[in-house]
Design a protein around this ligand. Structure first.
Ligand SMILES: Cc1ncc(COP(=O)(O)O)c(C=O)c1O
Length: 440
């Protein structure tokens, strides 16, 4: 807890939330309550000068030459098609305004169930990991409860548990027969926190299983969350759409659950974490977004949340890479974008189909169960009577095949990184490794 008095801007943001979305104020962590965007200091003076300083602008912490950001030829030769201001200038802490608008347009076009529900403007993050970190900063105090499926991206633990001291609770992702999403387990787990504050993380297409709920399952998830919120649980529901758009089966729900959750209840704050990383195949550019939605959310309440988020960004990293944002914006506006993206998704779809054929061959039935998969970059095997990490090492040492062991039984295979021609041998080798470890 900080001994410093609450800054008047934090107080104003909290008052806006108290007035329009009181439940959301109660969801904030102590840090979240304290944060604000320092709009009245250097940044405000700089913005004012940008408008009015027609003779000379000596406010900005960059260097200029010939009316553009100063730069070195040995750096500039690596950039083509971007102006110096699109590369070297600072981006605002909230992100480039045109990119935020373009991403908001894309989100709405892909999420018809949002209808006319207002949401915050997306704030640009240093890709999705940073967005998840910001969620933790805003909503998690030590000991606060988080609910996640057991199949999850392990970096959540490092971020929210190790870094922030949150308390994790798990439910089994799949039903016992591995037929689909474990709606019953999810509902029962939620009910244990009735009347309290709970951060729920949802990630579809899921890492590591590669599963996206069917439309009926998706409806069930949203209904269960709404029912708990209506029963008094204050829910922060994080919708991690990292692999959005990589759907390979007609049964998949292809809309982000954010659309329905953002209008579900005043007790349910939906937080969409998405970005260009996987969708646009630009892992190293580091461009992501955080967007808030809550029933009866007002412009003032969303501004308070955006300001707190941008304040945290300002405090940690000041702002996000300008060239990354400029490139993502140009891609979104490129007439070839959708066709090129669809081409890559089709390639992943054919690898997923080849994977599905190979991994389910009858000759491997003694080696593993296959977790259902229909989307994303990965699939997961549940090994029979063999320790996953021992199999992983055997597979690597004896066959030169790299996989990821998770837990005691799960072996994750990223078919996104395999050519179709490689896929049969990967599973044949995996079966050999399992049998070698088992001794039969
Ligand atoms: C489910 C999930 N969320 C978030 C991320 C983080 O993505 P980024 O590289 O954009 O930080 C990953 C990356 O592997 C992921 O699998």
């Amino acid at each position: 807890m900080s001994a410093a008095p609450l800054h008047p801007l934090a107080q104003a943001a909290n008052e806006a939330l108290a007035k329009d979305c009181p439940a959301v104020l109660g969801m904030l962590s102590e840090r979240g309550k304290r944060f604000f965007f320092p709009a009245k200091g250097i940044l405000a003076q700089g913005a004012e000068a940008k408008q009015k300083a027609k003779t000379a602008n000596a406010t900005v912490g960059i260097a200029t030459e010939n009316g553009a950001p100063m730069h070195l030829a040995c750096v500039h030769k690596y950039y083509q098609g971007l102006a110096p201001t699109e590369i070297y200038d600072y981006a605002p802490s909230y992100g480039k305004p045109e990119l935020r608008t373009a991403w908001a347009r894309k989100q709405r076009a892909q999420t018809p169930s949002l209808g006319d529900q207002p949401t915050s403007n997306p704030v640009v993050t240093n890709a999705l990991t940073h967005g998840l970190g910001l969620v933790g900063d805003l909503f998690l105090d030590p000991g606060d409860e988080v609910l996640s499926s057991d199949l999850m991206w392990e970096n959540y633990n490092l971020n929210w548990e190790t870094r922030l001291g949150a308390h994790y609770n798990y439910y089994p992702f799949f039903d016992a027969g591995l037929r689909g999403y474990n709606l019953k387990g999810f509902g029962e787990a939620l009910a244990r926190f009735r009347g309290r504050k709970l951060v729920v993380s949802l990630n579809f297409p899921n890492n590591p299983s590669g599963y996206t709920p069917t439309r009926a399952e998706a409806r069930g998830i949203c209904d269960a969350l709404k029912a708990e919120a209506d029963a008094g649980t204050r829910l922060v529901v994080v919708v991690d759409d990292a692999y959005y758009g990589m759907f390979f089966d007609d049964a998949c729900e292809t809309e982000s659950l954010f659309g329905r959750l953002a209008r579900a209840s005043e007790n349910l704050l939906a937080v969409k974490i998405d970005g260009a990383t996987k969708e646009e195949f630009v892992w190293g550019l580091r461009v992501g977004f955080i967007t808030f939605g809550v029933k009866n959310g007002t412009a003032a309440a969303y501004k308070a949340l955006e300001d707190k988020t941008a304040g945290l960004i300002r405090a940690y990293v000041s702002n996000i890479s300008n060239p990354g944002q400029s490139i993502v914006l140009k891609a979104l506006n490129d007439p070839e974008f959708h066709a090129q993206q669809a081409e890559k998704v089709a390639l992943l779809r054919s690898r997923a189909a080849a994977t599905a054929r190979e991994c389910r061959k009858a000759e491997y039935a003694d080696c593993w169960d296959v977790y259902p998969f229909n989307s994303g970059y990965f699939m997961c095997l549940r090994l029979k009577e063999a320790d996953a990490d021992t199999v992983r090492v055997r597979l690597l040492d004896d066959h030169g095949v790299g996989t990821i062991a998770l837990g005691k039984q799960e072996l994750r295979i990223a078919f996104s990184c395999l050519t179709e021609a490689q896929i049969p041998a990967v599973f044949a080798s995996a079966a050999k490794a399992v049998r070698a470890v088992r001794g039969r």
